[in-house]
Design a protein around this ligand. Structure first.
Ligand SMILES: [Zn+2]
Length: 55
């Protein structure tokens, strides 16, 4: 874990809380897309290598 993914994790956690308080389906979908984008960003910070040593 580095600074950048910690910040992304914070945002993801925040948005997930926002989503759980939302009732508007369209807003939920938009925020979900944002969360997905952030998760993708996080994954690209630490690319997982299949078969590689776990770190
Ligand atoms: Zn990191």
């Amino acid at each position: 874990m580095c600074d950048r993914c910690e910040r992304l994790d914070e945002k993801i956690g925040h948005y997930k809380k926002v989503i759980s308080a939302m009732t508007d389906q369209l807003t939920i979908e938009r925020i979900s897309a944002l969360v997905l984008e952030m998760q993708t960003q996080k994954a690209s910070l630490h690319p997982e290598r299949p078969g590689g040593p776990a770190r």
